[in-house]
Design a protein around this ligand. Structure first.
Ligand code: IVH
Length: 684
């Protein structure tokens, strides 16, 4: 090939890749498949390898796309930005009300006032005002940390730059940024005329528009904002939600309309139905109704779960449906060996999203549906939920429809598959050698809620695994060693990697070496150890190095017994978890030790180090008068106390209600401090 031709091809490739990167990373609107994109990058790498003297100054191989996303600086949310639990039926809504009453220890005669309002399908944002002036706007991000988008927020006309009236010195307002349907249609028609790819739905368009590096682009997109809540505030802004809604309006915001003050479930459901009926007339997308308690004094009492507050729930509108054809079924091997059948279907657009695949969950689900390959199937998609196959159309079954055969051997490593009694899941048990499991475990290890290593995503892990560079978690840390030049050079030779992305990666691996015990436990991917259980265990072992020591000496029977006893005493940790932990450390001792040698394990962060009960081990027994058991436990946990289910010599306090059981006797024998409910509440 002539030199000039190669130069031209490299230039075209650079332009194309930059263009698709921008769509993907900044507009949240990819327009080609991953495979097509990879082809471009591969071709670029091929040419550069063959003609190193022609490598462009701004070659795509010298940067990875995701770098662009980090142009926004990070913002820690003082109060986490959570999500909402979902209800899909009247029964689910009733269950929410019952649970709330049980939590508050009140019976049916206690009237719970509920505010119902539409749930806007946009993206959440938080805006901080100091002395009435807008000082910061941020995205939700992962809920704990978002991106600073103040400049862009400043261009949204329904977000006031200065507040009006009587507002607290510090006021954080939370709400939803969205794009009206009419604006969305207009934007897409202009983009079409200019041969630009269109956005798939208003939500994506809004998301792409706020994350523009050039705030003038955001301004041109005419976004809107509804305020629905608050975060950190220096003074109260009202004691009921109605009151707060009114105040927020007075400060200069739009709040969600219409809304209704409901006194019972029938009020709630009739509002839901009214709004659902009116949905087509609205100029913005709503995907359900949010119900929230009107009495905001109860919000603290109810607290939150890991993901959502207990004072609210969203009642989703029925899922959108579409018809497609089942082309084939593939079988994926997850990181725990679970085999998931995946329906490969003819691409279909449902609710603005193109769907090519749907999970069939497990063997029983295939049998329940009774579907065959070749069937016409009905698919539904509810918001962010994975698409579901609901049924097939019997009349349309072709005569040559084929039964779905569930494999007997792992599609990856070919070992025999097993199904535990009472378990719907069929598994590959070859966790140490099955490549798909090992890759899945590594992807889990680096994921956001575990080690959170920026620059190592699914694609990179797969590439580096295939090159024999990362086969197990400890290999990741080898990359930071001074002797690992060879390995780093091998990576640098891959398409998409450059000096900068490599140095960013090494920095983020180094950063992840200081890690909390719960993230380590969760990252190891031990069965039955989710984020919650990992946290419970980490909290219980006040000194993480003691935990690591125990693990290293687990071969001594006495240690194993002590360890089991200690684990058993943790409220929420059962035998399944304990067995899984012991089994894991028995089989992975060598790798664990190697991994640990790179890490500095930190103690679990205590919510309130100064509280008298912080770090104290507490056991509760008997019936309580004022608060429900659950509420008391959560109150204690919120200030950093450790809740155990059994009395042991390590227990600091037993809190007794009426009709206590054998725990009281045992506590007396062991000389443990015993307090009653009122004394306990006195500490708050
Ligand atoms: S209340 C803890 N009210 O829905 C968050 N959220 O699926 C309390 N949303 O993250 C949220 N409209 O971004 C609330 N009227 C509304 C809402 C609303 C939309 C979003 C919000 C939240 C998400 C949860």
């Amino acid at each position: 090939m002539k030199k000039q031709n190669i130069l031209e091809e490299l230039e075209t490739l650079a332009k194309k890749i930059e263009y698709y990167d921008r769509l993907y990373y900044m507009e949240d609107s990819p327009s080609i498949s991953d495979a097509e994109y990879d082809k471009l990058r591969l071709r670029n790498a091929e040419l550069e390898k063959q003609y190193p003297d022609l490598i462009r100054e701004n070659s795509p191989s010298r940067r990875v796309g995701s770098k662009i996303t980090s142009k926004f600086s990070k913002v820690e949310h003082k109060i986490p930005m959570l999500s909402l639990g979902n209800a899909f039926s009247k029964d689910d809504v009733q269950a929410f009300i019952d649970k709330t009453r049980r939590f508050l220890n009140v019976d049916n005669s206690y009237e719970l006032e509920i505010i119902a309002e539409p749930k806007i399908d946009g993206l959440s944002a938080t805006i901080i005002y100091e002395k009435g002036k807008l000082v910061l706007g941020a995205t939700r991000g992962d809920g704990k940390q978002g991106e600073n988008i103040t400049e862009n927020i400043n261009t949204i006309s329904s977000i006031p730059q200065s507040l009006v009236g009587n507002f607290p010195d510090i006021l954080e307002i939370r709400g939803e940024i969205f794009m009206k349907n009419s604006e969305f249609d207009l934007l897409n028609s202009i983009r079409e005329k200019n041969f630009l790819p269109t956005f798939s739905n208003p939500r994506n368009a809004a998301a792409g528009s706020v994350r523009q590096l050039d705030f003038k682009v955001t301004k041109s997109r005419n976004l809107e904002f509804f305020a629905y809540g608050w975060g950190n505030i220096s003074n109260s802004i009202g004691s009921s939600l109605i009151d707060i809604r009114n105040n927020i309006k007075k400060y200069g915001f739009n709040v969600n309309e219409p809304f209704k003050l409901c006194k019972n479930i029938d009020d709630m459901i009739s509002f839901y139905e009214d709004v659902y009926r009116d949905r087509p007339n609205l100029d913005y997308d709503i995907d359900g109704i949010v119900y929230k308690l009107n009495n905001t004094n109860l919000y603290d009492r109810l607290g939150t779960t890991e993901h959502s507050p207990r004072y609210a729930i969203s009642h989703k509108f029925p899922a959108e449906k579409g018809l497609s054809k089942l082309k084939s079924v593939s079988f994926q091997v997850g990181r725990t060996g679970a085999i998931t059948p995946v329906a490969e279907i003819n691409a279909v657009t449902i609710g603005g999203v193109r769907i090519k695949r749907a999970s069939l969950h497990n063997k029983d689900e295939i049998a329940r549906l009774g579907i065959k390959i070749g069937d016409t199937i009905s698919i539904q998609r509810a918001g962010d939920v994975i698409p579901q196959i609901i049924n097939f159309v019997p009349k349309m079954r072709p005569s040559n429809a084929i039964d779905i055969e569930f494999p007997e051997y792992c599609p990856c490593c070919k070992s025999k598959l097993y199904r535990d009694d009472g378990d719907a899941i069929i598994r590959c048990m070859n966790s140490h050698n099955c490549e798909m499991q090992l890759k899945g475990q590594l992807i889990h290890f680096v994921s956001r809620n575990a080690f959170n290593i920026d620059g190592l995503g699914e694609k990179q892990i797969i590439d580096l695994y295939d090159l024999n560079i990362i086969k197990k978690p400890s290999d990741i840390f080898v990359l930071t060693e001074s002797f690992a030049d060879d390995l780093r050079n091998k990576i640098l030779a891959l398409p998409g990697w450059g000096k900068l992305s490599m140095s960013n990666l090494i920095n983020s691996i180094n950063k992840s070496k200081t890690q909390y015990l719960d993230k380590l436990l969760y990252g190891l991917g031990i069965r039955h150890l989710g984020q919650g259980t990992s946290k419970l265990i980490a909290k219980n072992f006040k000194d993480p190095s003691a935990f690591v020591n125990i693990i290293n000496n687990l071969h001594l029977t006495t240690n194993q017994n002590d360890f089991e006893e200690e684990l058993k005493s943790i409220n929420g940790v059962g035998y399944k978890v304990i067995n899984a932990l012991l089994d894991y450390f028995d089989k992975n001792k060598e790798e664990f030790n190697k991994l640990i040698s790179y890490l500095t394990i930190q103690n679990f962060p205590n919510n309130d180090q100064n509280h008298f009960l912080s770090g104290k081990k507490m056991v509760f027994t008997g019936r309580f008068e004022n608060l429900s058991r659950n509420e008391i436990k959560i109150k204690a946990e919120n200030i950093g106390a450790i809740i155990s289910s059994q009395i042991s010599s390590k227990t600091d306090f037993l809190v007794v209600g009426s009709d206590p059981g054998s725990k009281l006797k045992k506590a007396k024998e062991l000389n443990i401090k015993i307090i009653n409910e009122v004394e306990f509440l006195g500490y708050f």
